[in-house]
Design a protein around this ligand. Structure first.
Ligand SMILES: [Zn+2]
Length: 435
Protein backbone atom coordinates (compact mmCIF):
# COMPACT_ATOMS: atom_id res chain seq x y z
CA UNK A 1 0.00 0.00 0.00
CA UNK A 2 1.20 3.45 -0.85
CA UNK A 3 0.59 6.50 1.28
CA UNK A 4 3.10 8.82 -0.30
CA UNK A 5 0.43 10.71 -2.21
CA UNK A 6 -1.25 11.89 0.97
CA UNK A 7 1.12 14.17 2.77
CA UNK A 8 0.10 14.50 6.44
CA UNK A 9 2.04 17.74 6.83
CA UNK A 10 -0.38 19.39 4.46
CA UNK A 11 -3.55 18.20 6.13
CA UNK A 12 -6.10 20.98 6.41
CA UNK A 13 -4.06 23.31 4.25
CA UNK A 14 -4.68 21.85 0.83
CA UNK A 15 -6.42 23.66 -1.96
CA UNK A 16 -9.35 21.36 -2.66
CA UNK A 17 -11.64 21.10 -5.64
CA UNK A 18 -15.27 20.82 -4.49
CA UNK A 19 -17.55 17.98 -5.57
CA UNK A 20 -19.24 19.57 -8.59
CA UNK A 21 -17.18 21.71 -10.92
CA UNK A 22 -17.58 23.03 -14.40
CA UNK A 23 -14.70 23.77 -16.74
CA UNK A 24 -15.54 26.61 -19.03
CA UNK A 25 -13.56 28.29 -21.77
CA UNK A 26 -13.56 31.99 -22.49
CA UNK A 27 -11.38 32.37 -25.55
CA UNK A 28 -11.65 36.14 -25.88
CA UNK A 29 -11.82 36.86 -22.14
CA UNK A 30 -15.13 38.73 -22.41
CA UNK A 31 -17.68 36.28 -20.96
CA UNK A 32 -16.43 35.34 -17.49
CA UNK A 33 -19.28 37.25 -15.87
CA UNK A 34 -21.94 35.67 -18.08
CA UNK A 35 -20.44 32.23 -17.36
CA UNK A 36 -20.30 32.86 -13.63
CA UNK A 37 -23.93 33.96 -13.81
CA UNK A 38 -24.79 30.36 -14.81
CA UNK A 39 -23.10 29.07 -11.62
CA UNK A 40 -25.05 31.65 -9.62
CA UNK A 41 -28.29 30.32 -11.13
CA UNK A 42 -27.29 26.82 -9.98
CA UNK A 43 -26.51 28.16 -6.49
CA UNK A 44 -29.99 29.70 -6.41
CA UNK A 45 -31.31 26.19 -7.05
CA UNK A 46 -29.30 24.97 -4.06
CA UNK A 47 -26.53 23.22 -6.03
CA UNK A 48 -22.94 24.39 -5.72
CA UNK A 49 -21.18 24.19 -9.09
CA UNK A 50 -17.69 25.65 -8.97
CA UNK A 51 -16.41 27.44 -12.07
CA UNK A 52 -13.01 26.56 -13.48
CA UNK A 53 -11.84 28.76 -16.34
CA UNK A 54 -9.72 26.68 -18.67
CA UNK A 55 -7.66 27.65 -21.67
CA UNK A 56 -5.05 25.48 -23.33
CA UNK A 57 -1.68 26.51 -24.62
CA UNK A 58 -2.95 25.80 -28.14
CA UNK A 59 -5.80 28.30 -27.71
CA UNK A 60 -3.53 30.94 -26.21
CA UNK A 61 -1.14 30.50 -29.11
CA UNK A 62 -3.87 30.71 -31.78
CA UNK A 63 -5.45 33.77 -30.20
CA UNK A 64 -2.23 35.41 -29.08
CA UNK A 65 -3.27 35.74 -25.44
CA UNK A 66 -1.45 35.15 -22.16
CA UNK A 67 -2.66 32.93 -19.29
CA UNK A 68 -2.67 35.95 -16.97
CA UNK A 69 -5.61 37.37 -18.95
CA UNK A 70 -7.79 34.40 -17.92
CA UNK A 71 -6.99 35.05 -14.28
CA UNK A 72 -7.70 38.77 -14.61
CA UNK A 73 -11.09 38.13 -16.27
CA UNK A 74 -12.05 35.50 -13.66
CA UNK A 75 -11.04 37.72 -10.74
CA UNK A 76 -12.98 40.66 -12.16
CA UNK A 77 -16.14 38.57 -12.72
CA UNK A 78 -15.97 37.10 -9.22
CA UNK A 79 -15.60 40.54 -7.71
CA UNK A 80 -18.36 42.09 -9.76
CA UNK A 81 -20.93 39.37 -9.07
CA UNK A 82 -19.90 38.86 -5.44
CA UNK A 83 -19.19 35.13 -5.90
CA UNK A 84 -18.05 33.96 -2.47
CA UNK A 85 -17.31 30.30 -3.26
CA UNK A 86 -14.09 28.85 -4.69
CA UNK A 87 -13.11 29.26 -8.35
CA UNK A 88 -10.06 28.19 -10.31
CA UNK A 89 -7.99 28.92 -13.41
CA UNK A 90 -6.94 25.78 -15.25
CA UNK A 91 -3.75 25.46 -17.29
CA UNK A 92 -5.44 23.12 -19.70
CA UNK A 93 -3.48 20.31 -21.33
CA UNK A 94 -0.06 21.60 -20.35
CA UNK A 95 3.18 19.66 -20.67
CA UNK A 96 6.72 20.04 -19.33
CA UNK A 97 7.48 22.28 -22.31
CA UNK A 98 4.46 24.57 -22.05
CA UNK A 99 3.78 24.90 -18.32
CA UNK A 100 6.06 27.86 -17.51
CA UNK A 101 3.85 30.81 -18.39
CA UNK A 102 0.94 29.18 -16.51
CA UNK A 103 2.82 28.90 -13.22
CA UNK A 104 1.93 32.31 -11.78
CA UNK A 105 -1.70 32.83 -12.88
CA UNK A 106 -3.16 29.31 -12.57
CA UNK A 107 -4.14 27.16 -9.60
CA UNK A 108 -5.41 24.11 -11.52
CA UNK A 109 -3.16 22.12 -13.86
CA UNK A 110 -4.35 19.61 -16.41
CA UNK A 111 -1.16 17.66 -16.95
CA UNK A 112 -1.37 16.11 -20.41
CA UNK A 113 0.67 12.98 -20.85
CA UNK A 114 -1.20 11.51 -23.81
CA UNK A 115 1.87 11.73 -26.03
CA UNK A 116 3.78 9.44 -23.69
CA UNK A 117 1.14 6.72 -23.72
CA UNK A 118 2.64 3.68 -25.40
CA UNK A 119 6.20 4.99 -25.09
CA UNK A 120 8.28 2.23 -23.57
CA UNK A 121 9.15 2.56 -19.88
CA UNK A 122 12.46 1.01 -18.78
CA UNK A 123 12.05 -2.77 -18.34
CA UNK A 124 13.26 -2.64 -14.75
CA UNK A 125 10.66 0.02 -13.88
CA UNK A 126 7.91 -2.20 -15.29
CA UNK A 127 9.15 -5.24 -13.37
CA UNK A 128 9.48 -3.16 -10.19
CA UNK A 129 5.86 -2.02 -10.54
CA UNK A 130 4.58 -5.55 -11.16
CA UNK A 131 6.46 -7.02 -8.21
CA UNK A 132 5.44 -4.15 -5.93
CA UNK A 133 1.75 -4.84 -6.50
CA UNK A 134 0.91 -8.53 -6.05
CA UNK A 135 -2.26 -7.36 -4.25
CA UNK A 136 -3.66 -6.28 -7.62
CA UNK A 137 -3.54 -9.82 -8.97
CA UNK A 138 -6.68 -11.93 -9.03
CA UNK A 139 -10.14 -10.73 -8.23
CA UNK A 140 -10.80 -7.17 -7.07
CA UNK A 141 -14.18 -6.50 -5.52
CA UNK A 142 -15.52 -3.03 -6.14
CA UNK A 143 -18.10 -1.44 -3.94
CA UNK A 144 -21.38 -0.08 -5.21
CA UNK A 145 -21.39 -2.21 -8.33
CA UNK A 146 -22.09 -5.85 -9.14
CA UNK A 147 -19.00 -6.33 -11.22
CA UNK A 148 -15.45 -7.12 -10.17
CA UNK A 149 -12.09 -6.86 -11.90
CA UNK A 150 -9.88 -9.84 -12.55
CA UNK A 151 -6.28 -8.87 -13.16
CA UNK A 152 -3.56 -11.23 -14.33
CA UNK A 153 0.19 -10.67 -14.10
CA UNK A 154 0.14 -10.22 -17.87
CA UNK A 155 -2.55 -7.49 -17.60
CA UNK A 156 -0.46 -5.72 -15.01
CA UNK A 157 2.70 -5.94 -17.08
CA UNK A 158 1.09 -4.83 -20.35
CA UNK A 159 -0.75 -1.93 -18.73
CA UNK A 160 2.42 -0.83 -16.95
CA UNK A 161 4.39 -0.98 -20.16
CA UNK A 162 1.77 1.14 -21.93
CA UNK A 163 1.27 3.80 -19.25
CA UNK A 164 4.23 3.87 -16.85
CA UNK A 165 6.32 6.27 -18.96
CA UNK A 166 3.32 8.63 -19.13
CA UNK A 167 2.84 8.52 -15.36
CA UNK A 168 6.56 9.18 -14.75
CA UNK A 169 6.32 12.15 -17.10
CA UNK A 170 3.28 13.43 -15.19
CA UNK A 171 5.40 13.16 -12.02
CA UNK A 172 8.05 15.38 -13.57
CA UNK A 173 5.49 18.02 -14.56
CA UNK A 174 3.81 17.80 -11.15
CA UNK A 175 7.10 18.32 -9.32
CA UNK A 176 7.97 21.28 -11.52
CA UNK A 177 4.65 22.95 -10.66
CA UNK A 178 4.97 22.02 -6.97
CA UNK A 179 8.47 23.52 -6.85
CA UNK A 180 7.10 26.81 -8.17
CA UNK A 181 3.83 27.00 -6.25
CA UNK A 182 4.22 24.74 -3.22
CA UNK A 183 2.55 21.38 -2.64
CA UNK A 184 -1.14 21.58 -1.92
CA UNK A 185 -1.41 25.07 -3.44
CA UNK A 186 -2.92 23.91 -6.73
CA UNK A 187 -5.30 21.28 -8.09
CA UNK A 188 -3.47 18.61 -10.10
CA UNK A 189 -5.31 16.73 -12.86
CA UNK A 190 -3.87 14.15 -15.23
CA UNK A 191 -5.45 13.91 -18.68
CA UNK A 192 -5.18 11.00 -21.06
CA UNK A 193 -8.13 11.81 -23.28
CA UNK A 194 -6.31 13.11 -26.34
CA UNK A 195 -5.16 9.70 -27.49
CA UNK A 196 -6.51 7.18 -29.99
CA UNK A 197 -7.82 4.43 -27.71
CA UNK A 198 -10.12 4.53 -24.67
CA UNK A 199 -8.70 3.27 -21.37
CA UNK A 200 -10.67 0.47 -19.77
CA UNK A 201 -11.74 0.78 -16.11
CA UNK A 202 -9.18 -1.93 -15.20
CA UNK A 203 -6.46 0.08 -16.88
CA UNK A 204 -7.67 3.17 -15.03
CA UNK A 205 -7.22 1.41 -11.68
CA UNK A 206 -3.70 0.29 -12.56
CA UNK A 207 -2.83 3.79 -13.81
CA UNK A 208 -4.13 5.29 -10.54
CA UNK A 209 -1.93 2.91 -8.55
CA UNK A 210 1.06 4.03 -10.61
CA UNK A 211 0.08 7.68 -10.02
CA UNK A 212 -0.09 7.05 -6.27
CA UNK A 213 3.34 5.38 -6.44
CA UNK A 214 4.67 8.44 -8.26
CA UNK A 215 3.40 10.61 -5.38
CA UNK A 216 1.05 12.80 -7.43
CA UNK A 217 -1.97 13.82 -5.30
CA UNK A 218 -4.34 14.17 -8.24
CA UNK A 219 -7.83 15.46 -7.54
CA UNK A 220 -9.19 14.77 -11.02
CA UNK A 221 -8.37 12.34 -13.78
CA UNK A 222 -9.51 12.56 -17.38
CA UNK A 223 -9.51 9.20 -19.11
CA UNK A 224 -10.57 8.71 -22.69
CA UNK A 225 -14.01 7.12 -22.74
CA UNK A 226 -15.29 4.99 -25.58
CA UNK A 227 -17.34 6.74 -28.24
CA UNK A 228 -16.63 9.95 -30.14
CA UNK A 229 -16.29 13.24 -28.27
CA UNK A 230 -16.25 15.64 -31.18
CA UNK A 231 -15.91 19.35 -30.59
CA UNK A 232 -19.13 21.22 -29.90
CA UNK A 233 -21.55 18.50 -31.01
CA UNK A 234 -23.27 15.57 -29.33
CA UNK A 235 -21.74 12.23 -28.30
CA UNK A 236 -21.52 9.53 -30.94
CA UNK A 237 -21.46 6.07 -29.42
CA UNK A 238 -23.30 3.60 -27.25
CA UNK A 239 -24.76 5.55 -24.31
CA UNK A 240 -25.44 2.41 -22.24
CA UNK A 241 -21.84 1.31 -22.67
CA UNK A 242 -20.64 4.78 -21.67
CA UNK A 243 -22.73 4.62 -18.50
CA UNK A 244 -21.43 1.20 -17.54
CA UNK A 245 -17.86 2.30 -18.22
CA UNK A 246 -18.29 5.49 -16.21
CA UNK A 247 -19.71 3.55 -13.26
CA UNK A 248 -16.77 1.15 -13.32
CA UNK A 249 -14.36 4.09 -13.54
CA UNK A 250 -16.00 5.71 -10.52
CA UNK A 251 -15.80 2.42 -8.59
CA UNK A 252 -12.13 2.05 -9.59
CA UNK A 253 -11.42 5.59 -8.35
CA UNK A 254 -13.12 4.87 -5.01
CA UNK A 255 -11.02 1.70 -4.68
CA UNK A 256 -7.80 3.58 -5.44
CA UNK A 257 -8.65 6.33 -2.95
CA UNK A 258 -9.35 3.79 -0.24
CA UNK A 259 -6.37 1.53 -0.79
CA UNK A 260 -3.65 3.74 -2.25
CA UNK A 261 -3.90 7.02 -0.40
CA UNK A 262 -5.02 9.24 -3.25
CA UNK A 263 -6.97 12.37 -2.21
CA UNK A 264 -10.48 11.61 -0.95
CA UNK A 265 -12.04 14.10 -3.38
CA UNK A 266 -10.47 12.48 -6.46
CA UNK A 267 -13.08 12.46 -9.22
CA UNK A 268 -13.51 11.95 -12.92
CA UNK A 269 -12.93 14.85 -15.23
CA UNK A 270 -15.05 14.49 -18.34
CA UNK A 271 -13.33 16.31 -21.17
CA UNK A 272 -16.50 16.55 -23.10
CA UNK A 273 -15.44 18.72 -26.01
CA UNK A 274 -18.75 20.37 -25.06
CA UNK A 275 -22.35 19.51 -25.65
CA UNK A 276 -22.47 15.75 -25.02
CA UNK A 277 -26.16 16.06 -24.29
CA UNK A 278 -27.06 12.40 -24.79
CA UNK A 279 -24.71 11.23 -22.03
CA UNK A 280 -25.59 13.98 -19.54
CA UNK A 281 -28.43 11.98 -17.93
CA UNK A 282 -26.04 9.02 -17.55
CA UNK A 283 -23.46 11.24 -15.85
CA UNK A 284 -26.12 12.57 -13.49
CA UNK A 285 -27.39 9.06 -12.64
CA UNK A 286 -23.84 7.88 -11.95
CA UNK A 287 -23.15 10.80 -9.62
CA UNK A 288 -26.37 10.06 -7.73
CA UNK A 289 -25.77 6.32 -7.57
CA UNK A 290 -22.23 6.64 -6.18
CA UNK A 291 -22.64 9.99 -4.43
CA UNK A 292 -19.58 11.15 -6.31
CA UNK A 293 -18.55 14.38 -7.94
CA UNK A 294 -17.57 15.18 -11.50
CA UNK A 295 -15.57 17.85 -13.22
CA UNK A 296 -17.29 18.62 -16.50
CA UNK A 297 -15.12 20.40 -19.02
CA UNK A 298 -17.20 22.21 -21.61
CA UNK A 299 -14.65 24.41 -23.34
CA UNK A 300 -15.38 26.05 -26.63
CA UNK A 301 -19.12 26.59 -26.74
CA UNK A 302 -18.90 30.07 -25.29
CA UNK A 303 -17.21 31.34 -28.43
CA UNK A 304 -20.12 29.96 -30.48
CA UNK A 305 -22.60 31.70 -28.19
CA UNK A 306 -20.76 34.94 -28.88
CA UNK A 307 -21.31 34.44 -32.61
CA UNK A 308 -24.94 33.46 -31.97
CA UNK A 309 -25.40 36.63 -29.93
CA UNK A 310 -23.90 38.77 -32.70
CA UNK A 311 -26.07 37.07 -35.33
CA UNK A 312 -29.13 37.58 -33.16
CA UNK A 313 -28.28 41.26 -32.70
CA UNK A 314 -28.63 41.77 -36.47
CA UNK A 315 -27.26 44.66 -38.53
CA UNK A 316 -23.51 45.12 -38.50
CA UNK A 317 -23.08 42.32 -35.95
CA UNK A 318 -24.97 39.82 -38.14
CA UNK A 319 -22.91 40.90 -41.15
CA UNK A 320 -19.78 40.25 -39.12
CA UNK A 321 -20.98 36.75 -38.16
CA UNK A 322 -21.48 36.07 -41.88
CA UNK A 323 -17.97 37.34 -42.65
CA UNK A 324 -16.56 34.98 -40.04
CA UNK A 325 -18.32 32.06 -41.71
CA UNK A 326 -17.16 33.09 -45.19
CA UNK A 327 -13.54 33.28 -44.00
CA UNK A 328 -13.83 30.01 -42.08
CA UNK A 329 -15.27 28.36 -45.20
CA UNK A 330 -12.40 29.66 -47.33
CA UNK A 331 -9.80 28.43 -44.82
CA UNK A 332 -11.57 25.26 -43.74
CA UNK A 333 -8.70 22.86 -44.40
CA UNK A 334 -6.23 24.91 -42.42
CA UNK A 335 -8.69 25.47 -39.53
CA UNK A 336 -9.75 21.83 -39.29
CA UNK A 337 -6.22 20.39 -39.50
CA UNK A 338 -5.26 20.70 -35.81
CA UNK A 339 -8.66 19.30 -34.77
CA UNK A 340 -8.91 16.50 -37.35
CA UNK A 341 -9.39 13.77 -34.75
CA UNK A 342 -12.22 15.57 -32.94
CA UNK A 343 -14.43 16.89 -35.73
CA UNK A 344 -16.58 15.20 -38.37
CA UNK A 345 -17.67 17.79 -40.90
CA UNK A 346 -19.64 16.67 -43.95
CA UNK A 347 -18.44 19.08 -46.65
CA UNK A 348 -21.68 18.64 -48.64
CA UNK A 349 -23.67 19.93 -45.68
CA UNK A 350 -21.75 23.20 -45.43
CA UNK A 351 -23.81 26.05 -46.87
CA UNK A 352 -22.00 28.30 -49.34
CA UNK A 353 -20.95 31.71 -48.02
CA UNK A 354 -23.33 33.25 -50.60
CA UNK A 355 -26.26 31.34 -49.11
CA UNK A 356 -25.30 32.41 -45.61
CA UNK A 357 -24.96 35.98 -46.82
CA UNK A 358 -28.73 35.97 -47.51
CA UNK A 359 -29.71 34.59 -44.09
CA UNK A 360 -31.75 36.40 -41.48
CA UNK A 361 -30.69 36.45 -37.82
CA UNK A 362 -33.14 33.64 -37.20
CA UNK A 363 -31.73 31.46 -39.99
CA UNK A 364 -28.15 31.96 -38.80
CA UNK A 365 -28.87 31.28 -35.12
CA UNK A 366 -31.09 28.27 -35.92
CA UNK A 367 -28.30 26.66 -37.95
CA UNK A 368 -25.69 27.32 -35.26
CA UNK A 369 -27.46 27.02 -31.92
CA UNK A 370 -27.24 23.46 -30.58
CA UNK A 371 -30.92 22.62 -30.54
CA UNK A 372 -31.13 19.20 -32.14
CA UNK A 373 -34.90 19.27 -32.39
CA UNK A 374 -34.69 22.30 -34.69
CA UNK A 375 -34.68 21.03 -38.32
CA UNK A 376 -32.50 23.99 -39.34
CA UNK A 377 -29.71 22.97 -36.93
CA UNK A 378 -26.57 22.13 -38.96
CA UNK A 379 -23.84 20.17 -37.15
CA UNK A 380 -21.30 20.70 -39.93
CA UNK A 381 -21.85 24.46 -39.95
CA UNK A 382 -21.49 24.45 -36.16
CA UNK A 383 -18.28 22.42 -36.13
CA UNK A 384 -16.61 24.58 -38.74
CA UNK A 385 -17.41 27.73 -36.76
CA UNK A 386 -16.32 25.97 -33.58
CA UNK A 387 -12.78 25.62 -34.90
CA UNK A 388 -13.00 29.00 -36.63
CA UNK A 389 -12.21 31.17 -33.60
CA UNK A 390 -8.87 31.99 -35.20
CA UNK A 391 -10.79 34.02 -37.80
CA UNK A 392 -12.37 36.20 -35.12
CA UNK A 393 -9.00 36.48 -33.38
CA UNK A 394 -7.51 37.82 -36.63
CA UNK A 395 -10.22 40.45 -36.86
CA UNK A 396 -8.89 41.69 -33.53
CA UNK A 397 -10.39 44.84 -32.04
CA UNK A 398 -13.38 44.90 -34.39
CA UNK A 399 -14.61 41.61 -32.97
CA UNK A 400 -14.13 42.73 -29.38
CA UNK A 401 -15.86 46.06 -30.09
CA UNK A 402 -18.89 44.20 -31.43
CA UNK A 403 -18.94 41.91 -28.39
CA UNK A 404 -18.87 44.94 -26.14
CA UNK A 405 -21.50 46.85 -28.11
CA UNK A 406 -23.84 43.83 -28.00
CA UNK A 407 -23.01 42.62 -24.52
CA UNK A 408 -26.56 42.01 -23.21
CA UNK A 409 -27.63 39.73 -26.07
CA UNK A 410 -24.29 37.89 -26.13
CA UNK A 411 -24.24 37.45 -22.34
CA UNK A 412 -27.82 36.14 -22.32
CA UNK A 413 -26.88 33.44 -24.84
CA UNK A 414 -23.71 32.51 -22.94
CA UNK A 415 -25.49 32.18 -19.59
CA UNK A 416 -28.52 30.39 -20.98
CA UNK A 417 -26.40 27.88 -22.88
CA UNK A 418 -24.21 27.03 -19.92
CA UNK A 419 -27.00 26.82 -17.39
CA UNK A 420 -29.81 25.32 -19.40
CA UNK A 421 -27.95 22.89 -21.64
CA UNK A 422 -25.07 21.84 -19.36
CA UNK A 423 -25.48 22.62 -15.66
CA UNK A 424 -29.19 21.73 -15.42
CA UNK A 425 -28.98 18.25 -17.01
CA UNK A 426 -25.64 17.24 -15.46
CA UNK A 427 -25.78 18.69 -11.96
CA UNK A 428 -29.48 19.29 -11.35
CA UNK A 429 -30.75 16.23 -13.21
CA UNK A 430 -33.19 18.24 -15.30
CA UNK A 431 -33.83 18.04 -18.98
CA UNK A 432 -32.73 21.18 -20.72
CA UNK A 433 -35.68 23.15 -22.00
CA UNK A 434 -34.18 23.87 -25.39
CA UNK A 435 -32.51 20.66 -26.56
ZN1 LIG B 1 -9.01 17.10 -22.94
Amino acid sequence: MNTKARNPKLAGNILTLPKYSLGTGDRFAHQAKAQLQACLLAAQQGVEVIPVWNKSNREHTIIGSEPASVRAAADAAVKELGWNKPYFCDADHITLQTVDRFLAPCDFYTIDVAEMIGQPAPADAIEAFVSKHPELLGKIELSGIDESFTITAEDLRSTASKFLAAVKQAGEVYRKIAAAKGEGRFIPEISMDETDRAQSPVELLIILVAIADEGIPIQTIAPKFSGRFNKGVDYVGDVAQFEREMQLDVAAIAYAVKHYGLPANLKLSVHSGSDKFSIYPAIHRTMKKFDCGVHLKTAGTTWLEEIIGLAEAGGEALAFAKDVYADAFAHRDELCGPYATVIDIEPAKLPSPETVRSWTSEQYTSALRHVQSNPAYNASFRQLLHVGFKIAAKKGRRYLDLLEANEPVVARNVTENLYDRHIAPVFLGRAASTI
